[in-house]
Design a protein around this ligand. Structure first.
Ligand code: FEO
Length: 171
C-alpha cells in the first residue's frame, strides 16, 4: 500500500518530469535560434528522456493503484544569456530534481515501502549520470571560453548524442 503522502509526492514528481521535458524543449529551441544545432539536438534528446521518466512514474502509479492527477505544467524559461548559461541552468535544474528524488526516497524508507524505494533508486542512479554529463559539458565550454572554433567542435560533439535505450518508460 502506497501511503497518501507518498501518492501525493509521486504525483508531484510526475509533474516535475514533464516540466523538465518542457524546459529542455525550450532550451533546445533557444540553441536552434542561435545556430547551435548540435546543442539543440542534445537538448531534444534530453526532452525525450524526461518524457520517458514521466511515463515510468505514470506506469508505476497505475500498477500500484495510485490515482493520477494531471496538474498544470509551469511555463519554462525561454531566454538565456549564452550556451554556458543554458547548460548551467540545466545543471541547477538536475540538482533540484536530485534533491526531490532523495526526499521521495527518504519518505519511502520511512514508510517501509520497499517497492517504491526500489523503484526510486533507478531515478537516483540516473541523476548521478545526468549531473556528471552536464558538469562535463560545462567544464568544456568554460575551457574554450569565447573561442568560436572550440564552440563549433563542442557543438559537433553534442550533435552525436544518440537516443538512450532502456532509459525508462514503456518497457
Ligand atoms: Fe528526469 Fe533529468 O530528471
Amino acid at each position: 500500500m502506497v501511503s497518501k503522502k507518498m501518492q501525493k509526492v509521486l504525483n508531484e514528481q510526475l509533474n516535475r518530469e514533464y516540466f523538465s521535458a518542457y524546459l529542455y524543449l525550450s532550451m533546445s529551441s533557444y540553441c536552434s535560434d542561435i545556430g547551435l544545432n548540435g546543442s539543440a539536438h542534445w537538448f531534444f534528446e534530453q526532452y525525450k528522456e524526461e518524457v520517458e521518466h514521466g511515463m515510468k512514474i505514470y506506469e508505476y502509479m497505475l500498477q500500484r493503484g495510485v490515482k493520477i492527477e494531471f496538474e498544470q505544467i509551469d511555463k519554462p524559461e525561454g531566454e538565456f544569456e549564452s550556451i554556458l548559461d543554458v547548460f548551467e541552468k540545466s545543471l541547477a535544474h538536475e540538482q533540484f530534481m536530485t534533491n526531490n528524488l532523495n526526499e521521495l526516497s527518504d519518505l519511502a524508507m520511512k514508510d517501509k515501502d520497499h517497492a517504491t524505494y526500489n523503484f526510486l533508486q533507478w531515478f537516483v542512479t540516473e541523476q548521478v549520470e545526468e549531473e556528471a554529463t552536464v558538469s562535463d559539458i560545462i567544464a568544456k565550454i568554460k575551457l574554450i571560453g569565447k573561442d568560436g572554433n572550440g564552440l563549433y567542435m563542442i557543438d559537433a560533439e553534442l550533435a552525436s548524442r544518440v537516443e538512450e535505450q532502456n532509459s525508462g518508460g514503456t518497457e
